[in-house]
Design a protein around this ligand. Sequence first.
Ligand code: FAD
Length: 447
Amino acid sequence: MSDIHIIGGGLAGSEAAWQAAEGGLTVMLHEMRPVRKTDAHQTDSLAELVCSNSFRSDDAQNNAVGLLHEEMRQAGSLVMRAADAHKLPAGGALAVDRHGFAAAVTKSLEDHPRISIVREEITELPSGGQVIVATGPLTSAGFGAEIARVTGVDHLAFFDAIAPIIHRDSINFDIAWFQSRYDKEGPGGGVADYINLPLDRPQYEAFVAALLAGEKTDFKEWEKSTPYFEACLPIEVMAARGLDTLRFGPMKPVGLKDPRKDERPHAVVQLRQDNKLGSLWNMVGFQTKLKYAEQVRIFRTIPGLANAEFARLGGLHRNTFLNSPRLLDSRLRLKSASHLRFAGQITGVEGYVESAAIGLLAGRFAAAEALGRETAAPPPTTALGALLGHITGGADAASFQPMNVNFGLFPELPKAGRIRGKDRKQALSARALEDLSAWLGNRRAAE
Ligand SMILES: Cc1cc2nc3c(=O)[nH]c(=O)nc-3n(C[C@H](O)[C@H](O)[C@H](O)COP(=O)(O)OP(=O)(O)OC[C@H]3O[C@@H](n4cnc5c(N)ncnc54)[C@H](O)[C@@H]3O)c2cc1C
């Protein structure tokens, strides 16, 4: 008999299981893979990264997701420990070897004396006992219907898309070059962590025209009424918004110089390292719903990719999330059935790090509640607290959309009128880390 059942062993469920077990609970973690697959996962590892291998910026002073990394580290995050142990060169970003990362999380959970892992699809929500639901954007269809029934909603889905991955040895390095934007130094000390592919104006305009004309994946019936999420638009949807939209988005050339021409190209495609060996590279921001054959044909027109071999092509998948501001309380419990907690992307946060962060909080809240301890939420001035506040009350329920962590979610500084730009971010970060340490200290005192 376990103290808590956690459904879904992705980024959020894995972190929640770790935190609950470290908090003293016995945990049963239910993961449906490999018994049942999703449209995007490719392995049976826990905490598999389904698309990019990046945890985004690791700059805790100037970037909200970098700050969230640091807060999670200080709160004993398993996901961050595994990410740090398997990081790859990626400029100022924290990118990881996806297989090493997922294997490390899986092993830590398998080895934990208070955690058992069951490989099965859950189709019904238990009516009692403590439960955390962390089945993510690709929640199995039957379980999604069950969640909709229990929460009383009829619509849980929107679109997400996967970027292609290329074999490095199929790239033409007479054209491609290594450089990080603005030569920014990465965690490994490198300033040339990305592969860059330059396009001049005619090449760029022909590429945009090809994207617009390319054959796209058909919409399924249920997808027709599902809106795109603005922060993860397919490139062809961006291209349809205007000739220069991509040049100001994923194909922006700023901070880069083509060494052969000694000038900034008109547009650039950037590739980021995807595995430890450095043999696979993903096309940054190139999520797409073009048909596979069209992707190969059109992407091979990019200079340097004429003979590109693709390890994985882009794809289109649904996402699933709750209207959390309406449905969840400030400790992530379903207001109408408080034994059910939700964590991860299904709560309406967006991204690997944010999903794991909400898993961290759900696991800690569950442990505190079960053991009759103080369940104070992290202060809203911290990245953890700001994110939690947004999904459980800060956002307008009527227009609620998935959200990455950002400084816009933080309460203003008392002297806001006098601090701007970088200084403001640094002041917000300093305040967050100070308040976090008081929260962690308080929790420790209560334990
Ligand atoms: C196609 C796609 C691409 C994405 N790309 C990125 C990206 O590049 N960068 C980024 O930061 N974020 C990305 N995201 C967003 C999101 O952050 C990740 O999906 C993240 O993995 C979410 O974490 P999670 O724990 O909530 O869900 P997941 O990591 O998906 O974990 C959910 C787990 O629950 C399991 N499960 C589902 N239903 C059941 C059931 N009924 N019973 C038992 N187990 C079940 C699944 O098998 C899975 O292991 C992407 C999302 C999608 C869908």
